[in-house]
Each structure stands twice: as structure tokens, then as C-alpha cells.
Design a protein around this ligand. Structure first.
Ligand code: ADP
Ligand code: TYD
Length: 205
């Protein structure tokens, strides 16, 4: 059986990081698996985070996210070739959802669809996940959960609603997405994610 790439996606505050860390701690007892994140924990990833609240062009920001993604993909490719499964806390669906929402207005002036634009750029270098667990939640609930954190430019209910709509549009097109009701308790969500990942790893899907 081939090693699998499993990604966790959803808007800020949907609970991805909390859940996927627990899922990883359970799964590593049973299977060969590593845990990575996007933005990455490298210099490039730091640069991406650093520009988050700075006044940079949204195109600069989008291209930085993609540069970080391209580099991570090469690492993931090696893990998969090695028979090691990979869990990723965010992956390029984040750039499709967030940057498509962010660039929609400016690109529409050029008659370009922002989602097609981002997907076309990444197509030659990315790897499609085998399973994408998409955490779905009301943006207002997600915002309440992160009310104690310093906000980034993306963390506004209206914008996160637009981002979630792009995610849902993507999820309607491909079977690899499984929608996860993120309103439940952490334990319930962890158990559901583990079941879905184990099915994918076993080739059941
Ligand atoms: P994300 O990675 O999607 O931004 P986090 O995992 O960082 O989300 O969670 C954001 C906040 O919400 C954290 O304080 C976390 O403890 C809390 N949280 C996560 N999952 C749940 C849940 N299922 N129910 C209630 N609170 C949660
Ligand atoms: P992250 O630290 O994972 O946020 P959170 O834990 O709150 O979900 O990601 C940082 C922010 O960067 C988050 O708002 C989502 C955004 N982002 C993009 O806009 N494009 C991308 O390609 C990625 C990976 C993240």
C-alpha cells in the first residue's frame, strides 16, 4: 500500500491544530507517519508569517505562500516515496481558499477567476492529498474561539465566511474532501478523523 498524504483544512479557529496534533500522537503509535505544517517551520515559513500583518501586496503574499508550499512538497514527496504517511496542518487548499478570496476582486477586473489562477500556477509542482479533512464551522463561532489571540488581517468573520465558501466549492468537486462538523467536542472530532484516516491508509477511502 502506498503511503498517504492527509491534510487538515478550515478557517482560523475551526480547531484544526488542536485536533490534528492529537490525531498524530495517536496514529504514530500504529503507523509510520510524520506531522508537518503550512506555513512551514522554516525560514521561508517565518517570512510568510512575518508578512502577515505588514503592508505587502496581496500578490507578494500569495507568491510567498506558494514558494513555501513548493518547498514543502519536495519534502513530502520524499516521505511518501519512503513509505511514510504525512499529516499536514494546512496545505495548498489554504492558498486556494484564502488567496482566491483575497485576490477575487482585483483579478476579476482582468476577467481572471482567482481560483483557476492559483490552481494553474501550482498544478506543475504540487501533489494532491489522498484525504482532506475540511473543518466546517460558523465563522462567528470560530472567531469567538480565537478572541483571546492577536488578530491577523484574515481573522474577520466576513472574510473567513468568503474563505469557507471557497473551501466548500472545492469540496463539492472532489471526493478526497471529507467535511468535518467542527462544532462538536474535540474528542468526538479526533475519533472521526482517526477513523477516516485509517480507512484511507488501508486503501478503503
Ligand atoms: P485552528 O488551528 O483551526 O486555528 P485551534 O486548534 O488553534 O484552531 O483552536 C482555536 C481555539 O479553539 C483554541 O483555543 C482551542 O483550544 C479551541 N478549540 C479547538 N477545538 C475546539 C472544539 N472542538 N471545541 C471548543 N473549542 C475548541
Ligand atoms: P495558521 O498559523 O495555520 O493559522 P490558524 O492556526 O489560525 O488556522 O496559518 C496562518 C494564516 O495563514 C491563516 O490565517 C491562514 C493563512 N494561510 C493563507 O492565507 N494561505 C496559505 O497558503 C496558508 C498555508 C495559510
Amino acid at each position: 500500500m502506498h503511503a498517504k498524504l492527509i491534510t487538515f483544512e478550515g478557517i482560523d479557529g475551526s480547531g484544526k491544530t488542536t485536533v490534528c496534533k492529537k490525531v498524530y500522537r495517536e496514529l504514530r503509535k500504529k503507523i509510520r507517519i510524520v506531522f508537518v505544517t503550512e506555513p512551514t517551520k522554516t525560514k521561508l515559513g517565518e517570512m510568510v508569517r512575518d508578512t502577515m500583518n505588514k503592508n505587502v501586496s496581496p500578490f507578494t503574499h500569495a507568491l510567498l505562500f506558494m514558494a513555501d508550499h513548493a518547498n514543502l512538497v519536495e519534502k513530502i514527496r520524499k516521505y511518501l516515496e519512503n513509505g511514510t504517511n504525512v499529516i499536514c496542518d494546512r496545505y495548498n487548499d489554504s492558498s486556494y481558499a484564502y488567496q482566491a478570496a483575497e485576490l477575487k476582486k482585483v483579478l476579476s477586473k482582468h476577467n481572471i477567476d482567482s481560483l483557476d489562477y492559483l490552481m494553474n500556477i501550482q498544478e506543475p509542482f504540487t501533489i494532491k492529498p489522498d484525504l482532506t479533512l475540511l473543518f466546517v464551522i460558523k465563522p462567528e463561532t470560530a472567531m469567538k474561539r480565537i478572541s483571546f489571540r492577536k488578530k491577523t488581517k484574515f481573522e474577520k468573520a466576513g472574510f473567513l465566511g468568503d474563505v469557507q465558501n471557497v473551501y466548500l466549492k472545492l469540496a463539492a468537486k472532489e471526493k478526497r474532501y471529507k467535511k468535518i462538523d467542527a462544532n462538536r467536542s474535540v474528542d468526538e472530532i479526533v475519533n472521526e478523523c482517526i477513523r477516516k484516516i485509517e480507512d484511507t491508509v488501508a486503501g478503503k477511502k
